[in-house]
Design a binder for this molecule. Sequence first.
Ligand code: TYD
Length: 206
Amino acid sequence: MAKKGLFITFEGADGCGKTTQLKLLAQYLEQKGREILITREPGGKGLGEKVREILLNYDGDVSPRCEEFLFLADRAQNIDIIVNPAIKSGKIVLCDRHTDSTIAYQGYGRGLDIDRIKNLNNMATNGRIPDLTFIFDIDTKTSMQRVGKEKDRMESAGIEFHNRVRQGYLEIAKQEPNRVKVLDATKSIEEIHKKVVEIVNFHIIG
Ligand code: TYD
């Protein structure tokens, strides 16, 4: 029987270790015989990577609404060109950041209207919702230490901004406990991976 495609997203502060966990889960699922597709927002491939370059490295003024729409444009491209075709062909898609990043960073972080972002997210994704989302929670001081001195445009937004982002993520998890699972990102890589696997097996592979 054809395998069912799935969509899992990885969220959290800069430096929370989500990309490492995404790769470990990909290896685990491949060993279980599943086909995996990895993508990221902003980015993915082609045009998405060009939008990423602007979002992370442009050094002139960027209005918060322009930033918001660039993330959303990138998301529409990622969903249409990468995510949906892969899910349709039975793959498990692992996506490094998605809709919850916009709610946390542009909504809670920059102070744009959250309900409006949710509507715009819905337009950008054409209604696609992740089957499961991990938030790797970490205190802002530790995450900024992990990022180090070389910061991109978003990482340079300041400690207050990043505190609001963290609170935003925790609020999202409270509102959607079935889809969103919060893990303590200060634990060891192995411990966190074990939890990720447990949750994936329990909730969607099972
Ligand atoms: P990412 O590549 O995950 O950075 P890192 O590897 O440092 O965690 O994400 C790029 C940055 O873009 C990150 O600072 C979060 C930000 N971002 C938003 O502000 N809004 C969004 O909708 C997305 C997808 C990312």
